[in-house]
Design a protein around this ligand. Structure first.
Ligand code: NAD
Length: 642
């Protein structure tokens, strides 16, 4: 193929991009050719290293060739793009996990698709002309090709900064941000490649490496962290708007060009990925959720039209005015049901038989998401409730017979214990019981021990994220149980949620959940009483929010779930305090935290007071059935002695 030269030289498998007139932009055919070569060299003992470079001074690879995507997308053919991205991401993953050293030489522009080819190998070489960026938000996409993984791993808030501004990195910046490893002056690249071909060992690169000239990111890190720490794009934009430094002005200018929905999804993706369960597979899966919807529901076609087809540089973005609704972000990043990204050429997803007991507000959408992903789900609920895609059985036992996994999502520990006593004898040996209800630590430990005694795996996996998270597949699971049981269930957590943290043995998930919700109960009360005090001091609520949400008063309760109507993001406060997360559920969780604190003799005065206040609110003050943030109207009505 004339766009790429694939050969072996000495001990090296050599890939040279030769499409320099088009800045080596990757075509579909180039992608497939690289993948074929990597497969051929994987078990070829004559090939010890892979070296990827490119002809021309201006670019290693300026991105993906998007003209064909535009042509098919504007004709309503979205399948071509989906296949292109799926095949490209599979190649990115192959480079990332390749068993032999992959060394890339990144002169000039390395952007978007170029990062996917050049920045996932074991040794990424930069020189004086290197300019690396993830500029996808400028055409209505999100940082993809595995770029979201590197953004999530970058120091501080550098990932949010690079992903939303599309700022370019020089060699030193790229090393600082984790997109490159080694600086070698470009005049020495020819000799370095010859050494790799002859020796077949990347340690020969050490002789050529020198210190990179200074970059800017390490000097800007304090400002980046201060401005890009918000929970959402809108938080970040508010912080930047209140900052009159030249850095903030420049960032605002860069972001003004980019698609708001893409930037909001970029921030959300980085936040979801950052954390202990981060992996390349997760990053690519999340990216693919966005890109496979980008033509139909995102701004991708409009972005290409403005940048490349009409070249008017006047894209008409969605949500150009005002905030990007959280629901729009959730829709772009929701699980893809039966057509998720597959990183093997043939679909290799295991299809499980799953029993699901408790199809209430949370359980029904969770079970539906499992069914939509292709699993056979059989459900049971004493109230006779149903869930989309789920077959309903007449008894608990019938729902569990032959199941590989049984999930329970029930109101409390007593019911969970009673249901487990029915479930466990009906399950087959080697299967796994996953309880997602919020219950006391002892109930989780006891059921875990009973399961272990009859050869059944157990995970306690309570969730946070509420009914919206259950429907959107964005729950966080806090899991306790053995490594084996957690590993067995983790693919299913990925379908129903964005994150699963393995906290320890049986009961550790419940312990994490009640500690987390003890913080939440106390911070919500503190946030509500502060708003009520601010009212009495004559402070405007919006001003109060602008200050507290961007300073040391910030918290999830203030920034994401603001209890004041009309202020901050849309929350249950804007819907007459309809729950959301009901006050009585918060009372239940605070009760569990106090029960646990008593059992282990822990001093938790704030948690105890929060429990007392929520008990009064629910039992004596008309709080039952209201969202837990309805503490604000409660405080509004009261004086010091009431
Ligand atoms: P829910 O009351 O809507 O659902 C519970 C379901 O369990 C009901 O449909 C009920 O009929 C069913 N059930 C009760 N006993 C049963 C039995 N013996 N056999 C089969 N089914 C039975 O409650 P939910 O909001 O779905 O919450 C479920 C769990 O998730 C609770 O432990 C709650 O604390 C926790 N949780 C809820 C939220 C939320 O926002 N709703 C958030 C995080 C965690």
């Amino acid at each position: 193929m004339s766009d790429i030269d694939i050969r072996t030289t000495g001990q090296a498998g050599r890939i040279t991009l030769t499409r320099s007139k088009a800045l080596n932009a990757m075509t579909y055919q180039m992608c497939l050719a690289i993948e074929e070569a990597l497969e051929e060299w994987r078990n070829n003992d004559d090939v010890s290293v892979i070296v990827i470079d490119a002809e021309g001074d201006r670019a290693f690879c300026s991105g993906g060739d998007i003209a064909e995507l535009y042509a098919t997308g504007t004709q309503g053919d979205f399948a071509y793009g989906q296949k292109f991205w799926a095949d490209e991401y599979r190649l990115n993953h192959k480079i990332f996990s390749y068993p032999k050293p992959v060394i890339s030489f990144l002169q000039g522009f390395t952007m978007g698709g170029g990062v996917g080819i050049g920045c996932h190998g074991s040794h990424r070489i930069v020189g004086e002309s290197s300019q690396i960026a993830m500029p996808e938000v400028g055409i209505g996409l999100v940082p993809d090709v595995g770029g979201s993984l590197m953004l999530a791993l970058a120091p501080g808030r550098v990932g949010e900064y690079l992903g939303t501004t599309a700022a370019r990195m020089n060699a030193s910046d790229a090393i600082y941000a984790g997109f490159a490893d080694t600086y070698i002056p470009q005049s020495m690249w020819k000799n370095a490649i010859s050494a790799l071909e002859t020796e077949g060992d990347p340690t020969c690169l050490e002789a050529f490496a020198t210190e990179a000239p200074e970059g800017v990111l390490s000097r800007q890190i304090a400002q980046i962290d201060a401005c890009f720490a918000g929970e959402s794009l809108d938080d970040i934009r508010r912080t930047l708007a209140a900052d009159d430094s030249p850095f903030a002005e420049q960032a605002r200018k860069m972001m003004a060009r980019n698609a708001p929905l893409s930037m909001a999804c970029t921030v959300e993706m980085i936040h979801r990925l950052r954390g202990p369960s981060l992996s390349m597979e997760k990053a690519l899966d999340l990216e693919y959720r966005f890109t496979s919807r980008a033509m139909e529901h995102g701004d991708f076609l409009e972005g290409i039209r403005a940048a490349i087809i009409d070249k008017d540089r006047q894209p008409k973005w969605q949500y150009a005015e005002g905030d990007v609704p959280a629901v729009a972000v959730a829709k772009m990043l929701a699980p893809l049901g039966k057509n998720p990204l597959s990183l093997t050429q043939e679909t290799d997803m295991n299809t499980f038989n799953i029993g699901f007991i408790g199809l209430g507000n949370m359980g029904a959408p969770m079970a539906s998401n499992l069914a939509a992903a292709g699993h056979r789900v059989t459900g049971f609920d004493t109230a006779g409730t149903t869930a989309k895609g789920v077959e309903i059985s007449a008894t608990v036992e019938a729902a569990c017979a032959g199941a590989d996994f049984v999930f329970t999502m029930l109101p409390n520990g007593a019911i969970m214990r009673a249901v487990s006593a029915q479930v466990l004898p009906a399950m087959k040996k080697g299967a796994t019981l996953v309880d997602c209800s919020t219950v006391d630590v002892d109930s989780a430990r006891d059921v875990g021990a009973q399961a272990a005694s009859i050869g059944i795996g157990f995970v306690d996996a309570p969730v946070s994220g509420g009914v919206g998270g259950a429907a959107g597949g964005t729950l966080t699971f806090m899991a306790g149980g053995s490594d084996t049981a957690f590993a067995a269930a983790s693919g299913l957590f990925d379908i129903m949620g964005q994150k699963a943290v393995h906290c320890g043995g049986a009961g550790a998930g419940q312990a994490a959940k009640i500690c987390n919700n003890m913080i939440l109960g106390a911070t919500m009360i503190a946030t509500c009483e502060a708003f009520a005090l601010a009212d009495k001091l004559g402070l405007d609520r919006q001003k109060m929010f602008d200050v507290a949400s961007t300073s040391s008063g910030s918290s999830w309760s203030m920034n994401t779930y603001c209890p004041a109507p009309g202020v901050g993001p849309k929350t249950p406060a804007d819907n007459g305090y309809a729950p959301g997360f009901a006050a009585e559920l918060m009372l239940k969780d605070l009760g569990l935290s106090q029960q646990a604190a008593e059992a282990v003799d822990a001093d938790t005065p704030m948690g105890a007071l929060a429990r007392t206040l929520y008990a009064r609110f629910v039992e004596d003050e008309d709080g039952r059935g209201k969202d837990f943030s309805a503490m604000l109207p409660r405080f509004e009505k009261r004086g010091r002695d009431s």
